[in-house]
Ligand binder design. Structure first.
Ligand code: VAH
Length: 315
């Protein structure tokens, strides 16, 4: 069995779908603190779980004896700055509960997402390397940095096969994002189709590392399928896709929707968060260890997002 904790989230929803396609629906237990989202409600088993309630989690591990666990429950960067202590508690103690239970129940593999938010104002901005100065100044960022240290520690001290990816901003349409700084690059597509215009909360030239969800899911499954001897990074792998600015994204949308217009709000608190992050990521290690190559560039991502949103019910 495979247990996905945080199944209702932006990534969790699509991981459940991908894992059910790969292993069979009945093999993948989706769990979350809230009711299952539409996309996963009728496609396989679901369990309520609050990742901070270790007793409930213990019961789930005992009942299902998962061979793999994917922990996606977390509070993202923007929301984390509004509720810093809750973000720290959820992101840190949720991970520690899962690491402890995975050791206790001898779970074969654990996946835990980190983020390019682990880099900070003094990290190199271009082609940010796997190892460099990391001074994240958001609770989300340093909770992910501390989480990486815990993952490596549980691998070293307990032999736990825990694997992790520093996701860039992820663009998708199947499930809404929750409180991220990069979410402008999702909202823009909904607004383009609904109203033909979008006011970006990040400034025109804010360059950020991004990735279309299908690439992110493929990277995750590639990492988890790789032979353990190929895994040279037990903190978290840098992962890159495509970097762009709001202005570049708007220009790409205009190639398909000539009437689309973008405007820019100023002094949104998320601007400072974005300015503390890298602009592009060096993912050499992921390429060397498990052959990572992104497949979605900006034109393909834009065309795919518009096409799917036009046909979906969410507008
Ligand atoms: C956020 N989408 O904005 C997340 C991600 C790199 C960005 O961690 O917080």
């Amino acid at each position: 069995k495979i247990l996905v904790i945080g199944a209702n989230g932006q990534i969790g929803t699509e991981l459940v779908i991908a894992l059910r396609n790969k292993y069979g629906a009945e093999q993948v237990i989706a769990s979350d603190i809230n009711n299952p989202a539409y996309a996963i409600r009728n496609s396989g088993p679901f369990e309520f779980a609050n990742v901070l309630d270790k007793d409930t989690l213990h019961h789930l591990f005992h009942k299902h004896e998962p061979t793999q666990v994917y922990l996606l429950a977390a509070m993202l960067s923007a929301t984390g700055e509004q509720r810093p202590k809750m973000a720290w508690d959820l992101n840190m103690n949720g991970l520690l509960h899962v690491l402890d239970l995975a050791v206790e129940f001898k779970t074969a593999k654990v996946f835990w997402p980190s983020s390019i938010a682990v880099f900070g104002p003094n990290s190199p901005k271009q082609n940010t390397p796997q190892y460099c100065v990391m001074d994240p100044n958001t609770v989300y960022g340093f909770s992910k940095l501390a989480g990486e240290r815990w993952c490596e520690y549980y691998h070293t001290k307990h032999g736990l096969d825990v694997r992790s990816i520093r996701y860039p901003g992820i663009i998708s349409w199947k499930a809404a994002p929750g409180g991220g700084t990069t979410d402008y690059a999702i909202h823009i597509f909904y607004e383009a189709l609904k109203t033909g215009t979008y006011q970006s909360f990040l400034s025109a030239n804010t360059m950020l590392p991004m990735m279309y969800m299908d690439d992110a899911i493929r990277a995750t499954l590639s990492l988890m399928d790789a032979p353990t001897e190929n895994i040279s990074i037990r903190s978290s792998y840098n992962l890159g896709g495509v970097s762009f600015t709001p202005d570049e994204l708007a220009a790409q949308i205009k190639t398909q929707m000539p009437g689309f217009t973008i405007s820019y709000a100023d002094n949104d608190p998320r601007q400072a968060i974005a300015d503390s992050w890298p602009q592009s990521i060096d993912y050499t290690q992921a390429h060397q260890d498990w052959n990572w190559i992104p497949e979605y560039d900006l034109p393909r991502m834009t065309a795919t997002m518009l096409e799917n949103l036009k046909n979906s019910l969410v507008l």
